[in-house]
Design a protein around this ligand. Structure first.
Ligand SMILES: [Zn+2]
Length: 239
């Protein structure tokens, strides 16, 4: 790689912003939220460094292992709660709630409508979406493939070569559940004809990256919200 490219990459990494109020994996592998250390401690949470992408010094991954939900609970994203959730117990935005169950409540969705093959959703994308959703029944709520835009735009979506697998309770609703799906996609890259996969503000490309846990995938810039930062869906691009 040329020195100039290395310098450009280094400056990009340095200017990447933290995604405040978005998910992260915190102490003990628990679901967390990127907030200021003062916000975290005020809510009784625990902060760890280095778990929020490109975090500003004061923005850290905050978890709260114990909260009060009638009797006892734990703080997690509401979309991932297998029990009941109550508000005002946890750090971060309203969707981080005190859950009555320690079990993950990932998914539970009816089988999504599979896309059909066409010029706006190629066979490789249809086949890939089917393989992934077959592997994770109940985990993908909706599949987006065809998009009304010109292939010349450079987006794989516009060329029918990408799918968005929505895996939380709604668009813009955060979940931790995409990690498992995204790592499976990485491992099955050959069968899927994978070009790249994105989850949780991280990207993995088989032509660049070796097989790694999602936490070690390359970080992406903060694009501004839960959907743009891929905290509600797994993006899969195919060759
Ligand atoms: Zn996408």
């Amino acid at each position: 790689m040329k020195i100039q490219n290395l310098l450009t990459l280094a400056s990009l990494a340095a200017t990447t912003l933290a995604a405040t109020n978005e998910p992260c994996i915190g102490s003990g592998g628990r679901a967390g939220v990127c907030v200021s250390t003062s916000t975290c401690s005020a809510s009784g949470g625990t902060s760890i460094s280095g778990a929020c992408p490109g975090d500003a010094a004061d923005i850290k991954c905050c978890t709260k292992a114990s909260c009060s939900n009638g009797s006892s609970g734990n703080c997690r994203w509401q979309s991932d709660c297998a029990g009941t959730s109550v508000s005002n117990q946890c750090p971060g935005p309203a969707q981080m709630k005190c859950c009555s169950s320690t079990a993950t409540g990932f998914g539970g969705y009816a089988a999504p409508k599979q896309p059909t093959v066409g010029t706006k959703c190629l066979a490789v994308s249809v086949a890939g979406a089917k393989k992934i959703t077959d592997q994770f029944p109940g985990r993908v709520r909706e599949i987006f493939c065809a998009r009304d835009c010109a292939c010349t735009s450079g987006s794989d979506h516009c060329c029918g070569k990408a799918v968005d697998l929505m895996c939380s309770d709604g668009g813009g609703v955060p979940t931790m559940s995409g990690r498992e799906i995204a790592e499976w996609v990485m491992k099955n890259r050959s069968a899927l004809n994978l070009k790249y996969v994105i989850w949780g503000q991280r990207i993995w490309n088989p032509s660049i990256d070796s097989e790694l846990a999602w936490t070690s995938w390359r970080g992406m810039e903060d694009r501004g919200d839960i959907t743009q930062n891929h905290w509600d869906h797994v993006h899969v691009s195919f060759k």
